[in-house]
Ligand binder design. Sequence first.
Ligand code: 6R9
Length: 610
Amino acid sequence: MTWPTIDKDPARLLRPPNVADYDELRAGFCWEDARAALDGLPNGAGLNIAHEAVDRHAAGARAEQTAIRWLGKHDDVRDISYRELAELTGRFANVLEDLGVAAGERVFLLLGRVPSLYIAALGALKHRAVISPMFSAFGPEPIRQRMEIGEGRVLVTSRRLYERKVAGIRDQLPSLKHVLIVDGEDGTPPGTLDLEALLADASPDHTIAPTDPEDRALVHFTSGTTGQPKGAVHVHEAVVAHTATGRFALDLQDDDIYWCTADPGWVTGTSYGIIAPLALGVTMIVDEAEYDTERWYTILEEQRVSVWYTAPTAIRMLMKAGDEPRAGRDLSALRFIASVGEPLNPAAVVWGQEAFGLPIHDNYWQTETGGIMIANLAASEVRPGSMGRPLPGIEAGIVHRTGDDDDPGVEVEDAPDVEGELALRAGWPSMFRTYLDQDVRYARCFRDGWYLTGDLARRDADGFLWFLGRSDDFIKSAGHLIGPTEVEATLTAHDAVVEAGVIGIPDPMAGEVVKAFVTLYPGVEATDELMRDLHGFARKRLGPAVAPREIAVVDSLPKTRSGKIMRRLLKARELGLPEGDLSTLEGEPGTPGASDSRPGPAGPAEEAPS
Ligand code: 6R9
């Protein structure tokens, strides 16, 4: 079925959008101008994200405006003004200085969405440390891997998270010198420090030292196809793109109340859940709790949210909950809704129009791009199912790879409606600068001046881009990008498992969920007890967002002659799709279809959207 284009209802625009004329803005836009529109550190001392997001507002007309309205799990509320935020982050920067943490060293954050997370992130940026926020739902193994690759020097966490997830791996993290506990008022575990006490002793005044725009600011880990997560490195210059794209794609304006539902452990929750809104001086809502239909509608209504950035999984959960929880609510403050992270099905776009009088505006980007690249804009028509058009300053191409690793090239597709790989012309400010310690891998992402996204797409005759799928084996579940190898490596760490192959299977809520196929050691029986143990083993190590929802025991896994598990084939068989080119298939593969498959003990857990 084709979905009709949605034209904008001028009455619901409520005010003129930032981008009135897409073509005109695009034609006249350049990144140098966007950079010049920012404040910059005083006396030409460079560009620092925390200055743009905090200090300049604290020194100006917004000082007493609420920067962050925090909604606690237990219905406690805390408002933090830009002035307070400047002081709190100043204290944190001074704490790092007193601890002898050097500029460029890594500060890892393992916290729920509590005020300390935001204070530590921005305070560390003031100190010119490099921050790496992690999901608090991660298990010890993803935490250990990330802190090892990133050589974490400092970890900011809570007592409970430390005791449950870090204490047991601490001896495997030689570079970790300081663990700062945010809730240590009743004592801190051995080998950790009480952050509140340190903050109380520190001065709130902190002058940001000169910061080169190319200085490293953030490392965001993204799943790798070969097992190890990759640390995408971003620099302070990225704030140029965060602000410009926040204006264009999220239409953020002066007095907006903005709610980004993403956790900062995911790039969206940092770029658009911390940096962009604060740099643009709006008031942002932070909700500590996980998804809950009633709670979310109540937040939208009572907080008078005007701009809302969320994810397809969450939208689908709201759709599933029906109209009743929304009935009688006053959602008239809402003027713009956007979503990112996975394909937004046309029905969800249209549902927005019915439920709120506003379509959901899909946009597209990646950890590597640091900021939104392609978007449906406030003033423009929405074509349900399309990701929209490239933002000003972004050139998107549909390309075909040519040559090989020794002679890499691309052929750019000019014709409309032809499938190819989505590529972006390199050079926007929030583009990642490398993968930590993996310069070669980084270099392989670029060809002929294009950054290759690994996503397949087509462009229609009017320049709208349509997502078609990924060109690799990654799984996108409830917005989380999951590398199959990470999951396979954990499963094979279980005593009973010989080999594992992991794929994503379609799920009406989460887009995809993780399914694993495993082979067992001879003589080991796939009893209920073993399966329960295996699910628990994976959940404990990987966390519920990454662990497989289903595990199937098979006699053997299809492999290439070179021994690589053919996930593509596992998937084709699971979904009853054509098996494609089997020329590299080795021997007689097992048949996953005939397997012993059952859901995890928690049943089809509806994972909280990220
Ligand atoms: C921000 C973020 C990136 C991958 C990306 C693509 C998928 C993101 C999408 C989308 C369809 C959209 N993706 N936005 N797919 N429509 N609007 O998601 O970063 O976690 O690195 O994931 O997510 O496959 O390549 P990240």
